[in-house]
Design a protein around this ligand. Sequence first.
Ligand SMILES: CC(C)(COP(=O)(O)OP(=O)(O)OC[C@H]1O[C@@H](n2cnc3c(N)ncnc32)[C@H](O)[C@@H]1OP(=O)(O)O)[C@@H](O)C(=O)NCCC(=O)NCCS
Length: 262
Amino acid sequence: MPTLESISLSNSEIHLWICRSEAIRNPSLLARYSTLMTPEESAKQSRYHFEKDRHQALVTRALVRTVLSKYAPISPEDWRFDKGERDKPEIQPPKHIEIPRLRFNLSHAKNFIVCGVTLEKDLGVDVEYCQRDNDVLGIADRFFSPTEVKELFSLPENKQRSRFFDYWTLKESYIKACGMGLAIPLDDFSFSIIDSSPPQVSISFAPQRRDIPEHWQFWLMYPNASHRLSVGIRSIDKKDYQLKLFETVPLESANPVALPLE
Ligand SMILES: CC(C)(COP(=O)(O)OP(=O)(O)OC[C@H]1O[C@@H](n2cnc3c(N)ncnc32)[C@H](O)[C@@H]1OP(=O)(O)O)[C@@H](O)C(=O)NCCC(=O)NCCS
């Protein structure tokens, strides 16, 4: 598929663009990515201490810009972004052209960058690398809701780590959709997961969190053996969103894809 070919996005779809950044090593392609960034983005990217972080930041900016250009007649280098109250990036509407009301959210974790795109609705995306050696029960006990903690502790030991990352990514997708980061206490909302294919996910809220479960739809995905991926969308008027997945190498390829990835 030619890279900048346009693609249509209906108001009942969410498009998820996956990029496995570590395989992208072609120096001339990476040099082209550099030309897409604003001076501020370049300065931020070059400040990362480790090469792997500079690489991920470079590919991330190229991913966001090339993906958005598939939905509107704007060149990748011409997108400009604003930040919400807690730094959630949003598209700055271009001055001289009317474009679809695109929203996006992105997440990165070890060799995985995911950019979700939708029309108008609040969207949160989170990907986590699950092979980390962290104290999952300790973190859950401290931060998760009482019902999540109870469910996690009741599982056989060999299922607890996996379920922890289910909750973690789902909780991140909610706070990222709200744009509020950790300003929302993580025990003010609670996920329930039914292990089916695909998993069935629902959210509930503590009374002090004035939000409505019926306004939300979530997906929990297993893109490969080491990563967990969650997406959440807030929609007051509609549910039944369709998720469409693509894998891309920015400026080089873009293909529909199914999970798990090969
Ligand atoms: C900053 C935060 C929004 C996500 O952080 P994260 O999980 O470390 O990082 P991710 O890769 O998933 O997401 C980062 C991207 O989210 C976007 N983002 C930044 N602030 C955001 C906000 N307030 N809301 C939504 N998205 C935001 C940005 O695009 C950012 O990438 P960029 O800087 O390359 O543009 C926030 O949720 C946070 O601080 N999390 C800390 C992790 C944690 O303790 N989670 C507990 C879960 S149980």
